[in-house]
Design a binder for this molecule. Structure first.
Ligand code: 9MR
Length: 863
């Protein structure tokens, strides 16, 4: 409640109801009545723009309206039950005193009313309290403060709205199906295979894996684990790693209970790789989504191409007072269930797609073909560019358009975001969105997101489109310079009307990430110094915080992953340090996975599963996957696989969080077009869409479904597959991007049987610096038993290295990838034999050892 004195207090009872509430106030029916969670789910008429100011909702009420109902602040979907008694209260001020018509009524005609009172509000804080007994059921009543009809404009501020009374809502008990929990997609033949069973038994129980024909494939006893703190369930775990025979339709039986069916196969994640990436094409703005790529059910017209009723995105003004130019910011991806486009979130998402591709250049066992040209569902297939880069470019082009043009104030910075002026309802196809689109002020965080992702763009597109790569580099360096000039322009955390706020008051991690990408791309000393002098450098807890890992608000870890994997100009001691940051974090996540009854590599302090917790699980899995790529240690891969188990059903809700995967998949996620739950003519989310997942604070966030169903939930159970639950069940680009990375990693992991992965070559890369360059000699030995003819060795050069003189092999360079092929005399590399060749580079200092070499596409050991 506001601190000012209470001048007026109306505690008026509707006749006949006084005293009804004296004993028990009853349950709270209003969501977010103190505006602590922003403005949702409150609404107001468009003539009175409102925002949260100093913890209160303040509306600018215009002069000269006629009726009280011409200006309204309200909340809908409040259940009122006939015969129950209620107390409505709020505090308010108005710079020009007025009389509020306080209403609890139907939201639409005939506006049946449960409460209608006239309540004066003055310039000092006024408390209004009204009680009533409902005579009719209003299952979705509207609580309204009608404040129009005044001659003079006024600022009306509201706080502490409460409507208590009515029946306690029935306690929601989720249907969790079988108590035996497994990965409903399945397990890789050579990977760990673990499950969890919910049971009150104290002693170990027998588990039996049954094959599809009912025969016993494996059996053993469970390990009691006591109460799992994330679910408050009493559980046992079981492992059946020894079962490696490929097959479908396996089940696990414990104590007469049978799990969902699952497969054991190496190609389990093949389809997920392309489905998770297809998500991005589906959610493109500014282009029709074509039936021949996605199927008729998912096709739709282009959204936001400047055609009515859309008001954007080809010519978009700023919010009033923010700027006086307009920008064409068409294209890009819609953020999520809403149609907003946010540079902070777009930057991290496009970076993770590009890293999915970049991993195929650096990781020993990564496969690039399935991300390549003609492989994915994008219209640009067969244009000579890997399809995953075509998809990323759709967003990259948009991000560059969000840069403030030269000559304008804050030139070179990026607008934080652009979105609808008011929230739209569900369902809503993008091309039918009638809201005005607006650019919001530039921010340092958005500018650095642009700098980082555009720097990565520059090095990855160089082999395919030099002009575009140059454009990316210019945008990145301009953005960096602008961010250095304006290092603390923060987005307003209360700017959440019509779109998400994405407020972030610490941009040191964005500076670190951008510096790391720019340094990796250019090798320039300015960026090296920015990396090395950052407080985050070398500090595992700063870049991978225990409270949560990589996210849109915490991007330092992205910089670390790039520095650790993409050849760059750090000294080998500095590189070791960066890599140990990755392995230290991965050790922590692997330990968490090992210690938890559901095996997930995510254990936030206090069980604080955040908004989008599934993306935190996925981002931790990326750190583990990278540690595995760097070290080859099986324990890291095991923890990635156990993370996948959690996401696909081995969890307290027996829920697969990815649409189309597993028997009990999420398929009613919050989305304005994929809104089948609201309109059966619309589709469910496309396969491969990951739900946000359990969110401990969802019930208090304004999410109406969570408020009804998830109050008091255990951390890992604060989730519901309902389209209305935006705080637990939305889908977004920044959650599907890490899913795409991990799907690609898992598919690679499944494809490689250990024999195929055995290293049959060894490379020694020696650098001999001289005053203005260095000489590199490469020694490749065939340690296998088959001749390799003709051979080809490929590896990545760091940004500042340029080939000059070369000898004893034929060199070609594509972007930063170097290929060395034999000359006529050394065409065959016989078992036990070696070839030597070399080159000079013009960069000073030792040429960094790229450490990841492939001989005819297969990884070599390097020493
Ligand atoms: O992912 C965001 C989460 O971290 C925040 O806590 C939450 C509330 O501000 O907003 C989430 O992002 C949403 C964004 O604001 C609007 N588009 C949908 C995003 C996912 O729910």
């Amino acid at each position: 409640m506001s601190a000012a004195a209470l001048l007026f207090s109306a505690a008026l009872a509707v006749p006949g109801t006084a005293g009804a509430l004296e004993a028990e106030p009853g349950p709270e029916q209003i969501s977010n009545g103190d505006f602590a969670a922003g403005t949702a789910p409150w609404w107001w008429t468009a003539n009175a723009p409102a925002a949260v100011t100093d913890g209160r909702l303040c509306a600018q009420v215009p002069a000269g309206t006629t009726n009280a109902w011409d200006v309204i602040i309200g909340q809908n979907d409040v259940p009122i039950v006939a015969g129950e008694s209620y107390e409505l209260s709020y505090t308010a001020t108005s710079t020009v005193p007025l009389t509020v018509q306080t209403r609890v009524q139907e939201a639409t005609e005939p506006y049946t009313t449960a409460l209608a009172t006239a309540d004066p509000v003055g310039t000092e804080v006024t408390e209004v309290t009204r009680t009533f007994t409902a005579s009719v059921d209003l299952p979705a009543a509207s609580v309204q403060l009608q404040i129009g009809g005044g001659e003079r404009a006024t600022t009306f501020c509201l706080d502490d709205v409460s409507l208590r009374g009515g029946a306690e809502p029935p306690v929601y008990v989720p249907d969790t199906g079988s108590p035996v929990r497994v990965n409903q997609v399945g397990y890789l033949p050579d990977g760990p295979k673990s499950g969890t069973v919910v049971t009150d038994a104290d002693a170990p129980l027998t588990w039996t894996v049954k094959a599809e024909d009912g025969s016993t494939a494996a059996t053993g006893t469970t390990v009691p684990q006591g109460e799992d703190p994330t679910s408050h369930q009493r559980v046992h775990t079981f492992d059946f790693d020894g079962l490696t025979e490929a097959g479908d339709g396996y089940t696990v039986e414990v104590d007469g209970e049978v799990s969902e069916p699952f497969s054991i196969r190496g190609d389990l994640y093949d389809k997920l790789r392309s489905d998770a990436l297809a998500y991005f094409y589906h959610n493109r703005s500014g282009t029709p989504i074509e039936a021949d790529l996605v199927g008729a059910e998912y096709a739709r017209p282009a959204g936001h191409i400047g055609v009515a009723p859309n008001k954007g995105d080809t010519d978009v003004p700023c919010q009033p007072g923010v700027c006086d130019y307009r920008l064409d910011v068409s294209g890009g991806w819609y953020d999520a269930g809403d149609h907003g486009k946010y540079v902070v979130n777009g930057g991290i998402s496009v970076a993770q797609l590009m890293s999915t591709y970049e991993r195929t250049l650096t990781a020993p066992n990564a496969e690039s073909a399935e991300l390549g040209d003609g492989e994915l569902r994008v219209p640009e297939r067969d244009n000579g560019v890997p399809d995953i880069l075509d998809e990323a470019r759709w967003e990259m082009d948009f991000l560059i358009k969000m840069q403030v043009p030269a000559g304008e104030p804050l030139a070179g910075m990026a607008h934080h975001k652009m979105h609808d002026a008011e929230w739209t309802g569900l369902p809503m196809k993008p091309h039918l969105d009638p809201q005005q689109r607006e650019l919001h002020p530039p921010s340092t965080a958005a500018t650095l997101n642009l700098a980082a992702s555009a720097a990565q763009c520059a090095r990855l597109y160089a082999p395919f489109d030099e002009d575009f790569a140059d454009r990316c580099l210019r945008a990145a360096e301009t953005a960096w310079a602008a961010a250095k000039q304006h290092p603390d322009v923060l987005a307003d955390p209360a700017d959440g009307t019509g779109g998400g706020a994405y407020g972030d008051n610490d941009v040191s991690d964005e500076f670190y990430w951008a510096a790391a990408e720019l340094f990796t791309t250019t090798g320039k000393d300015t960026y090296r110094q920015a990396v090395l002098s950052s407080d985050l450098h070398g500090d595992t807890d700063a870049v991978f915080p225990a409270s949560g890992g990589i996210s849109w608000g915490s991007t330092g870890g992205l910089g670390v992953l790039t520095l650790a994997t993409v050849p760059n100009g750090l000294t080998s001691a500095q590189l070791d340090e960066v890599r140990s940051v990755v392995t230290t974090a991965a050790d922590r996540y692997a330990a968490q996975s090992g210690a938890q009854a559901y095996g997930l590599p995510y254990a936030p302090q206090g069980g604080d599963y955040v908004w989008g917790s599934n993306s935190q699980v996925l981002n931790n899995m990326i750190v583990l996957a990278t540690a595995h790529d760097l070290t080859g240690k099986a324990a890291y891969q095991g923890a990635v696989l156990r993370g996948a188990d959690y996401l696909f059903g081995r969890n307290p809700l027996n829920q697969s969080y990815v649409t189309g995967y597993g028997e009990r998949d999420s398929h009613n996620q919050h989305h304005r077009f994929w809104a089948h739950q609201n309109d059966p003519a619309l589709p469910h989310p496309a396969p491969g869409s990951v739900a946000g997942g359990p969110n401990l604070t969802a019930a208090g966030s304004g999410d109406p479904v969570a408020k009804d169903k998830l109050s008091g939930c255990a951390p890992a159970m604060c989730y519901i597959d309902d389209i209305g639950s935006w705080a637990t069940n939305e889908i977004t680009i920044n959650w599907n991007a890490p899913l795409a990375f991990i799907a690609s990693y898992l598919d690679d992991a499944g494809e490689g049987d250990p024999a195929a992965q055995a290293r049959t070559c060894e490379v020694t890369y020696s650098s001999h610096p001289w005053s203005s360059g260095s000489t590199v000699t490469v020694h490749v030995e065939n340690t296998g038993s088959e001749p390799v003819s003709p051979w080809e060795l490929t590896w990545l050069l760091s940004g500042e290295q340029k080939l000059s003189h070369t000898w004893s092999a034929e060199f070609t360079q594509s972007g930063r990838t170097i290929s060395a092929k034999p000359l006529t005399w050394n065409r065959t590399l016989a078992p036990g034999a070696a070839v030597d060749f070399g080159f000079n580079t013009s960069a000073t200092g030792p040429a960094p050892d790229p450490a990841a070499f492939k001989l005819n596409g297969r990884a070599c050991s390097s020493g």
